[in-house]
Write a new protein. Structure first.
Length: 262
């Protein structure tokens, strides 16, 4: 009980100080110059303390796994789910400026393009919105991009291959934001023996504004894949007309479940 009272008193003290600084900000131009100088010194010292607190708090929060990091409400029969490491753990290096075609970000992601001057930036970002399920995002800037194609490939882990069959549906739940309208596609590639089969899905025509989430499914029934010779599965995110834009991949959650047999 005593701890609750002390916590309440501290919160009240901070709230009172905030109200005082709000009042001073509104009356600033009417204060004597000597008092303005003294208060300016106090404000700078306070701002240094607040900036230091925010920096330490952000560093600590980046290391804490988020509650509910797995997407809830997965379909019945889900036997595998996964979020890429570049969205769940800090990478070093965290990005690349002017990356070459095929440059990798971590062990799982790579960027593919044909821009002659490599005018793009790929880097990991920190998600800070309350509804973000993933602690990190992936930001792609294409302000001077002049190439004809741009994509990010994501290698799925071996666990996605274990027991995979044509009775499975692979479910993709991405969350993206764009600075300018853009059309984005997702292509699932399945390597079996010497062959590679693929399924292409349209994520939609995204508009500028808040991050937009969607769910699409890849039904493996439509692939003539040899289940005994599976050796690789990867996902391509394909950005149509990416020039002069910035895309943030805030989440990319994959799972698989068995198709309901009729």
């Amino acid at each position: 009980m005593a701890g609750d009272l002390r916590g309440w008193a501290r919160r009240q003290g901070r709230a009172r100080a905030a109200r005082q600084w709000t009042a001073l900000a509104e009356a600033g131009t009417d204060l004597p110059s000597s008092r303005l100088r003294r208060l300016s010194d106090e404000a700078r010292a306070l701002r240094l303390d607040l900036d230091r607190f925010l920096a330490r708090a952000r560093a600590r929060l980046d290391r804490i796994p988020r509650v509910g990091a797995d997407v809830p409400g997965l379909p019945a029969g889900t036997d595998w789910h996964w979020r890429p490491t570049f969205l769940s753990a800090r990478l070093s290096p965290s990005g690349h400026a002017a990356p070459r075609d095929g440059t990798r970000l971590g062990d799982e992601a790579a960027v593919w393009h044909d821009c002659p001057n490599r005018a793009l930036i790929l880097r990991q970002s920190v998600n800070r919105e309350a509804d973000d399920l993933s602690p990190f995002g992936l930001r792609l800037e294409t302000m001077g991009f002049t190439g004809s194609f741009l994509s990010i490939s994501v290698d799925l882990p071996q666990a996605a291959l274990d027991g995979l069959s044509r009775s499975h549906i692979i479910r993709l739940a991405p969350t993206l934001s764009v600075e300018r309208p853009m059309s984005i596609y997702a292509r699932l590639n399945v390597g079996h023996g010497p062959n590679t089969d693929e399924l292409l899905r349209h994520l939609g025509d995204l508009t500028a504004g808040p991050a937009q989430g969607t769910v699409i499914e890849f039904d493996l029934y439509y692939l003539e894949m040899n289940e005994k010779r599976l050796h690789k599965v990867w996902l391509d995110l394909i950005f149509e007309t990416p020039q002069m834009n910035a895309v943030v991949l805030r989440d990319l959650f994959l799972s698989r479940h068995l198709r309901a047999e009729i």
